[in-house]
Design a protein around this ligand. Structure first.
Ligand SMILES: C[S@@+](CC[C@H](N)C(=O)[O-])C[C@H]1O[C@@H](n2cnc3c(N)ncnc32)[C@H](O)[C@@H]1O
Length: 251
């Protein structure tokens, strides 16, 4: 899916059942997410990540944080409990409008619509901490890799980033099926099926980048890979990882 289709797709998802599009739990479909529960999941995830940083002996400065692919601001609001200023960036205006409605923090937490993989809305060396969960998995690798480079560019020297990216499908029957469904020629057919038969507003395409490739990309972008942890954010049919990286002082 190119970036224009991606934006239109998330715009539809953001207008239809946005909290479920972000956290797709079967029992919360059809507007059944209680916003309080939804935002509590963000606080729990950010707390878990900050505990991980502590355990790794990494303490980002608590100035500016970026939440890339912020959706309704689930993680942005949670980050604002820990950072002086947080910017949530998203490709879909409907998601940003929703995040603005749910902003619990006032001007210290702001939201921006952007559509360039260079993230030209962000200055070089300007951000202390970047977080991106369950976003890059929905973006074709040719763009996702540009976003990763741009996020490292925007980090201050010594700044810290946590990004989640699926690496490959699980070595199970369901994983093998998932691999077929994720093929570039098959995803559009699956999307059409979901739109027509399941009456979904949009599609959630899934993409992966192999772990060694991600680590190389991070290093080539000027970041040190400090730790990598498996995670379940992409669901049981994917082997997915969270990468904890720090930008080198030399840029
Ligand atoms: C599954 S939601 C996750 C939202 C948020 N990260 C969270 O965990 O609550 C994915 C979000 O990524 C956004 N997104 C998808 N492609 C994007 C892109 N190329 N640039 C910025 N945001 C994007 C979507 O609009 C959507 O809000």
């Amino acid at each position: 899916m190119n970036l224009r289709d991606l934006r239109d797709n998330w715009e539809r998802l953001g207008s239809d059942d946005p909290l479920w599009a972000i956290l797709s739990r079967a029992d919360r479909r059809g507007g059944r997410w209680d916003p309080q529960d939804f935002f509590a999941t963000g606080r729990a995830e950010v707390a878990e990540i900050l505990t991980w940083l502590d355990a790794a002996g990494i303490t980002p400065q608590r100035g500016t944080a970026l939440d890339f692919g912020c959706g309704a601001g689930r993680l942005t609001n949670a980050l604002a409990d820990h950072f002086a200023e947080v910017v949530g960036v998203d490709i879909a205006p409907a998601m940003v409008a929703l995040a603005e409605r749910f902003n619990h923090h006032g001007p210290g937490c702001r939201f921006v619509v952007h559509d360039s993989p260079q993230l030209s809305c962000l200055l070089d060396d300007s951000i202390d901490f970047v977080l991106s969960l369950i976003v890059l998995q929905h973006i074709e690798p040719r763009y996702a890799e540009q976003y990763v480079r741009a996020m490292v560019r925007a980090l201050r020297p010594g700044g810290v980033m946590v990004v989640q990216i699926p690496s490959h499908t699980a070595p199970t029957v369901k994983g093998a099926l998932r691999r077929v469904l994720a093929l570039p020629r098959v995803q559009p057919l699956l999307n059409a099926y979901r739109r027509v038969v399941e009456r979904r507003a949009g599609a959630m395409e899934m993409y992966a980048i192999r772990r060694p490739r991600v680590e190389q990309l991070l290093r080539d972008s000027g970041a040190e890979v400090c730790d990598v942890r498996p995670c379940t954010s992409a669901g049981p049919t994917w082997r997915s990882f969270r990468y904890l990286v720090r930008k080198g002082s030399g840029g």
